[in-house]
Design a protein. Sequence first.
Length: 147
Amino acid sequence: MSQRTVAVAVDQSAYSEQAFDWFVKNVYQEGDQVVVIHSREIHPPVMPHIILTDEWTSELAKHENAIKELEQKYTEKCKASNVSAKIVVETGPAGETICKVAQKEGVTFLVIGSRGVGKVRRTILGSVSDYVIHHAHMPVVVVPKAE
């Protein structure tokens, strides 16, 4: 059996956790190399002088703590499921970052969750899963939200 490298894109949402759990239960095979990808986006304040404030420093600290908690959560989920995984956290727009990391890691296919928003909202706000489907250079499995 040939070795696969599978990426699972995650964030703090229940949708991505559901996609990860679905992957582990239905797709994961012993020997798979798993890459858990998280893209963090930090939007700088509109007024640059705010960067020098205690409030901005506090917001950055909260953001960093949330990233550490997410890494810990998926490290524990992998360990509990006997899944050996590499966790990659990179800064940038989610869709672009997921595609870039998956390409760099030589991923065989990618798993991503979907919030299941309607066409109008998806058209106006965009959709990370929609972006990934159209820009990834490998098969993408989109796990819909649970009913």
